[in-house]
Design a protein around this ligand. Structure first.
Ligand code: ACO
Length: 372
């Protein structure tokens, strides 16, 4: 048996949801640059789940379905209030709340395609309600009920802040959601597929995926990028900080990628958004510092920024608390997880690889009383 650490380069499934070929990311064949510049998040979710862009009527119907499904059962909201809010990370709260949603969904274990699609709509619609409700509850504020007439992006910012966003913020947030929606067989998507390949339910798949996304080597990196920017404080201090970190073999969050070696195609969009938004907020220091770090890490290590690097200063400029950055990733990526879950069910086989054994052999049983 031979092994490949981290399954690097292993093709573990076929999929028609999204692809990364020669460094180009597409969602069902549509280049991410076109989607980032033109699509609403609702259109992208429809595309990922239906393998086609919606026409006007289909989009209206789908948008309505999402809006109507966004109210979270009161019991799940009440449970959020019972969490030890001073110590619970919003990703942990989200993971538990999504698992809890299943308990209040009569269809949770109904495995027909129609029922799974209905659950997909509910999950996509309810994650933003949960994330924003938790963010407000821990500030001692009441959750804000979703407004059905707002876009998905505007509704998130409305439920978070209690007021409707301006057009620039809505557009920027929509673009961030589009850029994070799917990404081939990334760690959390693979987790979701492994989970549902046992024929476990959709809620279990999404709960498992949230757990995988939470880690700092995956979605958890965006929050840590902002912590690093805060630590550095000023572009002039970036060089010494980064060089010292690299000498100490500390990973610089938001850089490097398993698949892209010539750069993550999503990063340039976030970089430009960071430039524009920090200009508007009058805090271009975050953008300047990020660009400086980008130059240093590229020169010193040949590593390029990934999707998480510039998204930190983008979300910060939208006035979002730093530990909500990764939950926002989940609010978007759940669309991709659900697309892959539906695809896995369509043509399922248990995912069960092998491990090369490296432990001792031929051990002799020792009764408990004789053990040292
Ligand atoms: N900072 C410093 N060095 C790095 C970084 C980094 N961000 N990323 C990779 N390296 C170095 C490693 O130390 C290693 O060096 P070595 O060969 O001297 O030991 C080499 O580059 C290869 O790195 P691996 O960690 O083996 O690469 P892998 O493909 O396993 O990991 C990953 C990819 C996890 C993204 C990695 O680059 C990393 O940890 N980046 C920082 C965390 C991050 O930004 N995660 C978000 C990824 S995008 C996403 O999930 C949304």
């Amino acid at each position: 048996m031979s092994t490949t650490k981290g399954l690097e380069g292993i093709v573990a499934t076929t999929s028609s949801v999204s692809s990364i070929i020669d460094g180009v990311l597409t969602y069902h064949g549509y280049n991410i640059d076109d989607l980032a510049d033109n699509a609403t998040f609702e259109e992208v979710v429809y595309l990922l789940w239906n393998n086609k862009l919606p026409n006007k009527e289909e989009l209206e119907t789908f948008t309505k379905e999402l809006a109507q499904a966004s109210t979270v059962p009161q019991e799940v909201l009440d449970q959020l209030r019972s969490f030890p809010i001073d110590q619970v990370h919003p990703m942990a709260a989200l993971r538990t709340a999504v698992s809890n949603l299943a308990l209040f969904d009569e269809e949770a274990d109904e495995m027909t395609e129609e029922a799974n699609r209905r659950k997909a709509v509910r999950l996509q619609a309810q994650l933003p309600t949960i994330v924003t409700a938790f963010a407000r509850i821990r500030q001692g504020k009441e959750p804000v009920a979703p407004k059905q007439e707002l876009s998905f992006a505007a509704n998130f910012l409305y439920m978070l802040n209690g007021e409707e966003p301006d057009e620039i913020s809505e557009k920027a947030f929509n673009k961030a959601l589009v850029l994070h929606a799917d990404h081939e067989l990334n760690a959390s998507t693979f987790t979701a597929r492994v989970c549902v390949a046992t024929l476990s339910d959709v809620y279990s798949g999404v709960t498992a995926a949230i757990g995988a996304l939470k880690g700092p080597l995956h979605g958890g990196a965006n929050e840590r990028v902002m912590a690093m920017l805060n630590d550095i404080g000023d572009a002039d201090k970036a060089e010494s900080y980064i060089k010292e970190a690299l000498e100490n073999k500390t990973k610089i969050m938001g850089f490097g990628h398993r698949v892209y070696k010539d750069g993550d195609p999503r990063a340039k969009h976030l970089r430009e958004m960071s430039r524009q938004l920090t200009d508007i907020t009058g805090e271009s220091k975050w953008y300047d510092m990020s660009v400086k770090i980008d130059e240093i890490v590229t020169n010193e290590k040949g590593l390029l920024p990934n999707v998480d690097f510039y998204s930190a200063s983008v979300y910060h400029s939208l006035g979002i608390e730093h530990d909500i950055f990764t939950p926002i990733f989940a609010v978007s990526r759940v669309s991709g997880w659900l697309a892959h879950i539906l695809e896995q069910y369509e043509n399922n086989r248990l995912i069960r690889p092998r491990a090369e054994y490296t432990g001792p052999d031929k051990q002799e049983w020792i009764p408990l009383k004789d053990r040292k």
